[in-house]
Write a protein that binds this ligand. Structure first.
Ligand SMILES: Cc1c2[nH]c(c1CCC(=O)O)Cc1[nH]c(c(CCC(=O)O)c1C)Cc1[nH]c(c(CCC(=O)O)c1C)Cc1[nH]c(c(C)c1CCC(=O)O)C2
Length: 345
């Protein structure tokens, strides 16, 4: 069989029609996801049930024929595997025990201990690598150290990541020790996903945009570079996608500086700017505003064509700029793919 489209784009090929997938493509906007989640009981039970997690990963592939599937799990499983308490409050989001002192950082479990908790995730990957269609690539993922740390420090999502900034500014050495622990755990976690069958991995730095200047370099760029270097040493040829969300001008240079194969873009940068400034350096991914999956219509069609055409001069993976939301209409997802693929021979 010819190489999968996603792997070709990540290898630097410019394709007539880019491969496409969607962040949070397995999620609450799909009735079949809601049914399987109810069967599992709650969100974390779904993450740790390999058969059901594989099932929800496959649902959007069956329904829409995306070019890639992303493992169903969550970035907050790594803090849990390091010893943090984790639970989800329905309608609100995640809650964790907090970490605000050096002693609490030092009390985290050693990195080798994470697999005890995360073994079911590797089993999900193994099931998926058997069950996915031959043309669909399998993406593993983890949160980036800074984004994971923002939840570990605050014990929840925060609008401005204030508690993590306060820890960083109050005791930079202790905060750096936390980042280093998460970085080491992330390398082991992603490496185990690759051993289990993940063909590509993605590192989600959802809150990278709140880091500026030297902080961006120390806590977004440097950890990403360490993760890419360690994975490349162990698994040469496995592409890495990085997503320093809302990095703005700092998207330029991030690919070369980290050694990543692809830089994912949120919708706050224009496709035209990114095509001129980022795509010449590295394969790009993105960046349709997720709101179009709610509103649909001609505006959706126009935006898909504009983004596809803007990135048509180099390697690109079509995606949203952030995750699809629970109020999205599945028909709009179908319309997005139909529009994107209208010229595919
Ligand atoms: C910050 C972050 C988290 N998780 C993730 C991030 C980084 C990406 C981003 O910025 O969106 C990443 C993530 N979370 C989930 C995936 C699965 C793969 C995918 O389909 O993209 C991935 C890649 C499933 C999920 N993770 C979560 C859901 C919803 C849970 C449910 O079914 O109720 C899903 C499908 C829960 C979650 N998980 C997290 C939050 C803040 C929430 C609550 C918000 C919400 O409810 O949407 C932490």
């Amino acid at each position: 069989m010819a190489e999968k489209l996603l792997m070709r784009a990540l290898g630097g090929e410019t394709l007539d029609v880019p491969p496409a997938w969607m962040m949070r493509q397995a999620g609450r906007y799909l009735p079949e996801y809601r049914a399987t989640r109810a069967q599992a009981g709650d969100f974390l039970s779904l993450c740790y049930n390999p058969e059901l997690a594989a099932e929800v990963t496959l649902q959007p592939i069956r329904r829409f024929g995306f070019d890639a599937a992303i493992l169903f799990a969550d970035i907050l499983l790594v803090p849990q595997a390091l010893g943090a308490d984790l639970w989800f409050v329905t309608g609100e989001g995640p809650r964790l025990s907090t970490i605000t002192t050096r002693a609490e950082v030092d009390a985290l479990k050693p990195v080798d201990a994470i697999h005890e908790t995360l073994n079911p995730i590797y089993e999900t990957v193994r099931i998926l690598s058997r069950e996915l269609p031959a043309e669909t690539a399998l993406i593993g993922f983890a949160g980036a150290p800074w984004t994971v740390a923002t939840y570990m420090v605050a014990g929840r999502g925060t609008p401005d990541q204030g508690p993590a900034h306060a820890f960083k500014d109050g005791d930079r050495a202790a905060f750096t020790a936390l980042i280093d622990r998460i970085t080491a755990a992330t390398i082991e976690y992603l490496s185990a996903q690759i051993d289990a069958g993940a063909e590509v991995v993605k590192v989600f730095d959802s809150w990278a945009g709140s880091l500026k200047g030297a902080d961006f370099d120390d806590f977004a760029l440097t950890p990403a570079k360490a993760i890419v270097a360690a994975l490349k040493a162990r698994h040469p040829g496995v592409p890495v996608i990085v997503f320093p969300r809302e990095a703005g001008q700092a998207y330029k240079g991030f690919g070369p500086a980290t050694g990543a194969d692809c830089v994912a873009l949120d919708q706050s940068v224009s496709a035209e700017w990114a095509a001129a400034n980022v795509q010449p350096e590295v394969c790009t991914q993105g960046n349709l505003a997720p709101e179009h999956m709610v509103t649909g219509g001609q505006a959706l069609v126009d935006e898909v064509r504009r983004i596809r055409d803007a990135f048509s001069g180099g390697p690109h993976i079509f995606n949203l700029g952030h995750g699809i939301t629970p109020d999205a209409d599945p028909d709009n997802v179908a319309l997005m793919l139909e529009t994107l693929r209208e010229t595919r021979g």
